[in-house]
Design a protein around this ligand. Sequence first.
Ligand SMILES: C[S@@+](CC[C@H](N)C(=O)[O-])C[C@H]1O[C@@H](n2cnc3c(N)ncnc32)[C@H](O)[C@@H]1O
Length: 272
Amino acid sequence: MTAAEWLHQLESAFTDAHLDSPRLEAEMLVAHVLGVSREWLVAHPEAMPPRLAVAALAERRLRGEPMAYVLGKKEFFGREFVVRPGVLIPRPETEILVECALSRLPESSRVADVGTGSGVIGVTLALERSDLRVTLSDVSAAALKIAKENAERHSAIVSFHQGDLLEGFQDGSLDAIVANLPYVDPSDPLLDVGVKTWEPSVALFAEGGVKVIERLVAQSVKVLTTPGLLILEFGHGQAISIELILTKNGYGVEIESDLAGIPRVAVGTRSG
Ligand SMILES: C[S@@+](CC[C@H](N)C(=O)[O-])C[C@H]1O[C@@H](n2cnc3c(N)ncnc32)[C@H](O)[C@@H]1O
């Protein structure tokens, strides 16, 4: 079957399965199997992708598996990162946290990306700012393995650490912490079923939504130097709770919002 025939068939199957962007996903899948860009694919409808490979990936997608896991990759901050079940699929809103960090981290800061998952935050910081000394940390060995793959793939110079939040970091050993930790309340009725089914619980859920962040903030007070920065992504409707947690622990707080005006990131500053 030619690429054009595959695209037609997949678009129709994805439409029937009520996927949001059937044509786009069909093109992504066939282009991935051929190892070409979507632009190349559109210009070469006569190409012949291997039948079994297309069918196997399409079947996974039709069973509801997220496209990023099916393709084994996701773009973040203009780069391609490996993702597999075992790590959260990076979300575009996390780029706001990265932008906040890039514009605020002082020269040569020692930074930990806590809850690094696929490593997107820490690897991006290390690549965009070669002066930074970045450690990627996670409690999950599976996540750290993927973070290492991504660091190697992009030749990012970073260190790795496995532990529960800041366990194992010496007092006063960091100038900044960046973190996108789990912030979904397990009882949240609005959580997407696909997310809940496919993405790892350890990456999603925190008691009351803020419990893991609250523990990190409490631990950070010793591990950060003064002055020090703590930059946190949080969930919809959590801005007030996060601000309160930070101020109770002695931080000055700024809240950054996304383009839709939804608060997404807290920047906590400890001054001397
Ligand atoms: C929401 S995911 C974020 C992944 C990645 N930073 C990103 O932005 O795509 C949260 C990550 O925190 C890790 N995590 C959860 N609890 C943790 C803990 N107590 N200590 C360290 N990491 C933790 C999970 O394994 C997961 O990789």
